[in-house]
Design a protein around this ligand. Structure first.
Ligand code: AVJ
Length: 330
């Protein structure tokens, strides 16, 4: 039976973080907004729609990898012991179910510890998973893993497998990404592991449409950040005065999303007492989505103190899921 106690909600701290990030990003040259701002309620709904678009190959490709290999992944991570599964940035935890099902088939009772900044996403995930997988007990934590990484201890003879899937790590610059992995490893014991899902570099003809779909859902997702500033900071952005601009930056191996001002304009942000000027064609950089080259993820895992143990990909080599383990010397 699912227990539906409300999770603590850090509403005030979030409002403060939004204000600080917007003040900083919109006074910078060039202007930027951090990509975590996308995920208010409307943005999370738009992202769920993106994952079902024909052009957005990431989600269904990774799901296919789990459909084929979840059993092997779990067997490798458990190595005969009992597993508990943690997840960074769990969101709606949809693909995770394949791994949870494989683990609970193997061992019966399974503890699942999803972590996310969104309490509402965690509550929805908990209710659904406990309803669909009765052997799985969900212990959600509202946590921002970029600023705090506190996993808590595990029992003797129990291994923790941490999921960091969905190309979520792709939003971070490689140095930041490596530091997140290192901080995670510091919380783990020898034998514990990580499953890291990353998108791989591929031709621009495939990458660009994935971030510029025919239905304009990604454009709406990108512009939602402006609507969020209107809602939460009393800003006066006119979303139609900006164009959605996805760009493939081959040198950095990343897709960038920008919002490009169609004209010279000044936008007031009441809560910040700020007037932001835009020249025609001036951009706000709203997201980086890194695309890894084969071998780079493994190298990054190794730098963070994991032994890269196995990598699974799809037949086209579009997406990779790497398993890294904490070696005995830690
Ligand atoms: C949730 C970070 C994996 O980078 O593909 C989707 C976000 N941005 N479309 C990605 C996103 C535009 C997505 N991640």
């Amino acid at each position: 039976m699912a227990i539906s106690a409300p999770l603590p909600y850090a509403g005030e701290q979030i409002a403060e973080r939004v204000a600080t990030a917007v003040r900083e990003g919109l006074s910078a040259h060039p202007k930027f907004l951090p990509s975590w701002l996308f995920y208010d309620e409307a943005g999370s709904t738009l992202f769920d729609q993106i994952t079902e678009l024909p052009e957005y190959y990431l989600t269904r490709t990774e799901r296919g990898i789990f459909e084929t290999h979840a059993g092997a992944m779990i067997a490798r991570a458990a190595a005969g012991e009992r597993l508990r599964i943690a997840e960074l940035g769990a969101g709606s935890a949809d693909k995770t179910r394949l791994l949870l099902a494989a683990a609970s088939r193997r061992q019966g009772y399974l503890l699942y510890e999803p972590m996310d900044v969104s309490a509402s996403a965690l509550e929805a995930a908990r209710d659904r998973i406990e309803r669909e997988l009765p052997n799985v007990h969900v212990a959600p934590r509202v946590m921002d893993y970029t600023t705090e990484m506190e996993l808590g201890s595990t029992a003797a003879g129990e291994r923790r497998l941490t999921l960091y899937i969905g190309s979520s790590i792709g939003n971070f610059e490689p140095e930041e990404a490596a530091l997140i992995l290192r901080r995670l490893r510091e919380q783990l014991k020898p034998g514990d592991g990580i499953l890291l899902g990353v998108d791989l570099a591929k031709s621009e003809e495939i990458l660009i449409p994935a971030y510029d779909d025919a239905d304009g859902v990604t454009a709406a997702f990108n512009k939602n950040v402006l609507l969020r500033l209107n809602r939460e900071l009393g800003a006066e952005f006119e979303p139609d005065a900006f164009a959605h601009r996805p760009i493939w930056n081959a040198r950095e191996s990343r897709i960038e999303m920008h919002l490009e001002s169609r004209l010279a304009q000044t936008v007031f942000i009441a809560a910040l007492g700020m007037a932001v000027h835009f020249g025609p064609g001036e951009r706000i950089h709203t997201e980086n989505s890194y695309k890894y080259r084969p071998g780079h993820v493994e190298a990054m895992l190794e730098w963070a103190g994991f032994s890269p143990n196995m990598t699974w990909t799809d037949d086209s080599g579009w997406f990779a899921v790497c398993f890294g383990q904490v070696p005995d010397r830690w």
